[in-house]
Design a protein around this ligand. Structure first.
Ligand code: HEC
Length: 131
């Protein structure tokens, strides 16, 4: 008697690998919208050292006349610094979104961007930190 070969779990015919789709772009946001979220983020994670209004406290001023963010030249460099160095006691612990919110907040508060400026995460190198 012939042994019956029972094929269990026969693999389905190979399906073509789906073309990877790029992450969908989040709904367009303005600096103002992000800055509004950044305000709360700042209050929770930054104000203890930099002051309630960014005027400086245990850490340098980052908003207003005494702030010296021009040394970063562009918003992209500012974001890179903040993302890797802040909060100083636990650097890099916030999400990328939170860092973007914080930088949008600093940009609007310091007059480097208006609230209606579209927030383009890939275009931050075009925002000069000059007034
Ligand atoms: C534990 C205290 C502390 C916290 C919290 C903190 N910082 Fe700082 N921050 C510092 C210190 C100290 C410096 C200056 C030393 C340095 O440049 O590394 C600084 C520098 C900076 C600078 C550069 C200022 C300059 O003139 O170069 C920016 C911008 C900044 N912090 C943003 C933030 C943001 C945004 C947050 C919240 C996500 C934050 N910091 C939270 C202590 C802190």
């Amino acid at each position: 008697m012939a042994a019956a070969v029972i094929l269990t779990g026969c693999p389905a015919p190979a399906t073509p690998t789906p073309t990877p789709t790029l992450p969908t772009t989040p709904a367009a946001q303005t600096m103002g919208q992000l800055a509004e979220l950044g305000k709360a983020m700042y209050a929770g994670n930054c104000s203890g050292c930099h002051g309630d209004a960014g005027q400086g406290n245990r850490a340098p001023a980052i908003i207003g006349a005494n702030a010296n963010l021009g040394k970063y030249n562009t918003a992209a460099a500012l974001l890179a610094f903040v993302s890797t160095a802040m909060p100083a006691a636990k650097p890099g612990t916030l999400t990328a979104t939170q860092y973007q919110q914080g930088v949008a907040f600093l940009l609007v508060q310091n007059g480097f961007a208006t609230a209606s400026t579209p927030f383009d995460p890939n275009g931050l190198d075009k925002i000069a930190l000059k007034k």
